[in-house]
Design a protein. Structure first.
Length: 155
């Protein structure tokens, strides 16, 4: 019985070490996702411009409140020259469209139905924000939108 516990602790620790080292040196992925109008968006095309990726799902109550808050702040964030994508993680286009009928979002929603972007950015839970500076480097990954996001993106 003890051996499986030791392996679990080993892999848990290894995962923690990898996730901590990931966020400071990772480059934005060259991953193309479709939006709700089937238009492609390349997550690495914004070199020279800071970006915020917001990973979310329809079943997550915290995602709903963060989605509303982000949508309300989006005009201000956009005026500051930051690109924002709301990336739905692992759900079908139909499910996302049905869910969003009740929301008035002004954010471009991308569909990560296969989880490729989620895997690249090592998303382990939702909601998760990924902050990418103008050099294309991931500078922070966290579960809420901080008030000092401009300072974070200037790193």
């Amino acid at each position: 019985m003890r051996k499986p516990v030791k392996w679990f602790v080993f892999f848990l620790g290894l995962g923690l070490i990898l996730s901590l080292s990931f966020s400071s040196d990772c480059l934005a992925a060259d991953i193309i996702l479709n939006d709700l109008e089937s238009q492609p968006a390349n997550l690495s095309v914004n070199m020279g411009k800071a970006s915020i990726l917001f990973f979310w799902t329809t079943w997550c109550p915290y995602c709903r409140s963060e989605l509303r808050a982000l949508s309300n702040m989006h005009p201000k964030i956009e005026k500051e020259g930051i690109t924002v994508f709301a990336v739905n993680l692992g759900e079908s286009e139909n499910k996302v469209k049905r869910f969003l009928k009740d929301y008035l979002l002004n954010i471009r929603v991308l569909l990560d139905t296969l989880g490729l972007a989620g895997q690249h950015y090592e998303i382990s839970g939702v909601p998760t924000y990924v902050f990418i500076n103008k050099d294309g480097r991931v500078v922070l990954t966290q579960h809420t939108l901080p008030d000092n996001y401009m300072e974070i993106l200037s790193r």
